[in-house]
Design a protein around this ligand. Structure first.
Ligand code: OKP
Ligand code: ZN
Length: 347
């Protein structure tokens, strides 16, 4: 399987995130991608390429222009507030929840930080915009590869993407790489695209982007939002709206779920995807379902990821894998490559 990777991912290196009243070291670190890259090479999974510049128009098919403009200038605005800010990450402190206006773009940068975000765990750093754009470029290159007739491709991206909406960041995500890939497949003529999100956390950004649409089906298996991040979306009764009704499917599972029950949910998800008869599949590949993950609660073991790859391959669809979460840093490499190798070894 071909991998698309850009070393610029490492330009996004947050120092701290807000957790229970404290600033704690970031979980979403560059080493995550380094471990996957090393394992891909060690097991000779296939060629690893770095795409050229990202297609801005393809990003703008998913994200609002005022949000992209904000991200492009955010670091400079942050430093302009106070030159000492160059030494620290930007985090939001204010959010316009119910009863506030969302149509006004305040002149204040901290106010716009909150307008375009939903948590204090997602630091924006000097290299965030460059890294996020490079990641979106990898997702687009993987989509192109599959459009050219390849069975599958892998976008090894970070920061992750599935929590980012059309006009907001959060959950360590800025640009929704999986949504950008899915939309690119649509724009290249694939009539129906399925997105399957198997990260531990519900892909609220991807769901929101496609919620009103019948041409992109979104299915997610994740920790029950009653107790798990992102809390405010990901419940089983969210089935899509308007033309999109029936094209969104959430399969929340209790914290502590092991592989047998998780795999039943996967088989159910794949049955729903087969009914949709998509021309391509985008997999939001999070590895934080692993039993050793420091911020998640499922109990999957390393060999289980081979089975996941095999199950996904049996769907028989051109497949774009997009890297998402997974924070047991060293094991993420083996677990990710197990999915990809299981997929390739399944005829
Ligand atoms: C991103 B992805 C841990 C709090 C966790 C954010 C989780 C984001 C997960 N101190 N809060 O879906 O893996
Ligand atoms: Zn996650």
């Amino acid at each position: 399987m071909h991998t698309f990777y850009n070393e610029r991912h490492a330009l996004h290196h947050g120092k701290v995130e807000m957790f229970r009243g404290e600033l704690v070291p970031c979980f979403e670190v560059p080493a995550r991608a380094d471990y996957v890259l090393e394992e891909l090479k060690r097991r000779r999974l296939g060629a690893i390429d770095t795409p050229a510049e990202v297609d801005e128009a393809a990003m703008a098919r998913v994200h609002a222009s005022r949000y992209l403009d904000f991200l492009a200038g955010a670091w400079d605005e942050w430093v302009a507030l106070d030159p000492a800010n160059a030494q620290r990450d930007a985090l939001p402190s204010y959010w316009p929840i119910r009863s506030f206006r969302h149509d006004v773009l305040p002149a204040s940068f901290p106010a716009r930080m909150g307008l375009f975000s939903y948590d204090a765990g997602t630091p924006l750093t000097a290299g965030t915009w460059a890294a996020a754009r490079a990641g979106a470029g990898c997702a687009l290159a993987a989509a192109s590869h599959v459009l050219q007739g390849e069975r599958a491709a892998f976008a090894l991206t970070r920061p992750p993407g599935h929590h980012a909406g059309a006009d907001f960041f959060g959950g360590y995500c800025f640009l929704n790489n999986a949504a950008i890939a899915a939309q690119a497949l649509r724009d290249a003529g694939v009539e129906r695209v399925a997105v399957l999100d198997i990260d531990y956390h519900h892909g609220n950004g991807t769901q929101a982007i496609f919620y009103g649409r019948a041409d992109v089906q979104f299915t997610s298996i994740h920790g029950d939002p009653h107790t798990e991040y992102p809390y405010y979306l990901g419940y089983a009764d969210e089935q899509g709206a308007g033309a999109g009704l029936g094209f969104n499917r959430n399969l929340p599972l209790a914290r502590g779920t092991g592989f047998a029950a998780w795999r039943e949910a996967l088989h159910s998800a794949l049955a729903g995807i087969a009914t949709f008869k998509p021309g391509a599949l985008v997999v939001s590949l999070g590895l934080d379902t692993f039993e050793g993950d420091p911020i998640a609660g499922f109990k999957l073991a390393t060999p289980d990821y081979l089975r996941i790859g095999e199950d996904l391959a049996r769907a028989g669809l051109p497949t774009v894998f997009v890297f998402e979460g997974g924070y047991a840093v060293a094991e993420v490499g083996v677990n990710a490559v197990n999915v990809l190798e299981g997929f390739m070894q399944q005829a």
